[in-house]
Design a protein around this ligand. Structure first.
Ligand code: FAD
Length: 396
């Protein structure tokens, strides 16, 4: 029997695994943690909406067939020559491997940015940000240092904007609960490009700007960060913003594992794949999600969960086709729209070609959770995880 291995249990990896399970094909999935994290909702966890541990599900709950082997290990490299996934604990031989290890932050060479900023990218980092914010607000009660109530968020893509949306809701409540006047709060979003949310139309971008500004955020577009120091962000204009909490959401590159293992990668570290998602370097290796450079209309697809899930599913189907000497299927992404939450009630975005805003968009965004949970584990998962994730914010 062929040895099938999936590396990474993110959006791409779990969907590959679900496809194998549905076909009762034995496989091994190797992940750093024992759980799958809901990365697309981490701005909620970092922004105080619900307890951080609600944003994960154990892999033993996702994969329940006896044909599946779950391994907790950190993969250090892929040995293409000997067909081994090299883990921290031991090597794992494979006949076919699907790699979906996701991304790492891109700092664009801005001095000090990596060292002095926090990033929303995993359960741990979300917990760290949430704790930092809480500590700063509490410490303000003692020293009244204005920098503690100033929060800088670099980047105005989906992650940055959704995180600002959470902060404008949570922080005034946090201040009030600690008897601090919320008028001292400053939530500052800094973006080098002329617009926010580049995937959306101008009217939706303007709507998001309006909502966030009216909620008290300072939105700075066309503004380049040139240097970051401890508790200080330097702008190209010469302005220096002093803040104790600096969060960077301005870009991602592929996980370094691919380049370090010798795969042919683009300038963002994404490994080149063909139309079937096979690595350009080895047709027994499939690469999915944020670490794959799938080029469409001359440009790599942007790193999104909706692309990663579709890639994972197709990669598993193509592995099975290759095993059975059947024709492989080309990847043809179905882009169903983009929705950005602006706090827990409202949002902006597109559903197919339709533009949506306000509470309708907010509701649609919540519904994407239900859809994803259903894909992950049917009604069992929807009723268990959806019940708390779609409830009112807790702001503990
Ligand atoms: C706050 C936020 C909001 C977002 N919102 C949206 C959205 O609304 N819609 C959307 O489509 N996309 C959104 N995205 C982007 C989306 O989350 C990513 O595109 C998606 O997670 C990529 O999936 P993936 O499978 O490639 O990798 P990931 O989901 O990142 O999974 C990678 C997996 O590999 C594991 N791993 C990493 N390194 C190793 C190793 N060395 N050994 C073993 N395991 C390893 C990780 O633990 C993880 O389980 C958002 C991202 C963020 C941060």
């Amino acid at each position: 029997m062929a040895n099938l291995v999936v590396v990474g249990a993110g959006y791409g990896g779990v969907m590959a695994g679900k496809r194998f399970e549905r076909s009762l094909v034995p496989f091994t999935i190797i992940n750093k943690h024992s759980y799958h994290q809901f990365i697309t909702w981490l701005h909620e966890a970092a922004g105080g909406r619900r307890p951080v541990d609600e944003y994960k599900v154990e892999l033993t709950d996702v994969f329940r067939k006896h044909t599946t082997t779950i391994v907790n290990d950190e993969v250090k490299s892929i040995d293409l020559k000997n067909k081994h996934v090299v883990g921290r604990n031991r090597p794992y031989p494979y006949d076919f491997v699907i790699i979906g290890v996701g991304s790492a932050p891109e700092f664009f060479g801005i001095p000090g940015l990596e060292k002095y900023s926090l990033q929303v990218r995993s359960l741990e980092t979300a917990r760290h940000i949430r704790t930092r914010i809480d500590e700063q607000v509490r410490a303000y009660r003692n020293d009244h240092d204005a920098r503690r109530l100033r929060f800088v968020i670099g980047g105005a893509g989906l992650t940055g904007i959704e995180f600002v949306g959470e902060l404008v809701e949570w922080l005034p409540k946090l201040c009030s609960s600690l008897n601090i006047d919320p008028s001292g709060l400053e939530i500052i979003n800094i973006e080098a490009a002329p617009t926010i949310l580049p995937a959306l139309s101008t009217s939706l971008q303007e709507e998001a700007l309006r909502v966030l500004k009216e909620s008290g955020a300072r939105m700075m577009t066309n503004t380049k960060i040139v240097k970051v120091e401890e508790n200080a962000v330097h702008l190209e204009s010469g302005e220096v913003i002093e803040a104790m909490t600096i969060v960077w959401t301005g870009g991602v590159r592929a996980h370094p594992l691919l380049a370090e293992s010798g795969f042919t990668c683009d300038r963002r570290g994404r490994a080149q794949v063909n139309e079937y998602l096979q690595s350009a370097d080895d047709d027994h290796v499939f690469i999915v999600g944020d670490c794959a450079a799938f080029v469409q209309a001359g440009r790599p697809l942007p790193p999104t969960a909706q692309v990663a899930t579709q890639m994972g599913d197709l990669a598993a189907r193509n592995v099975m086709a290759q095993l059975n000497n059947q024709p492989l299927v080309s990847f043809s992404p179905k882009l169903r729209g983009t929705l950005a939450s602006l706090g827990h009630r409202v949002g902006v975005g597109t559903i197919g070609n339709m533009q949506t805003r306000g509470t309708v968009a907010g509701f649609a965004k919540e519904m994407t959770k239900v859809k994803y949970l259903y894909e992950l584990g049917g009604m069992r998962m929807v009723s268990r995880e959806g019940a708390h994730l779609s409830r009112e914010p807790l702001y503990q």
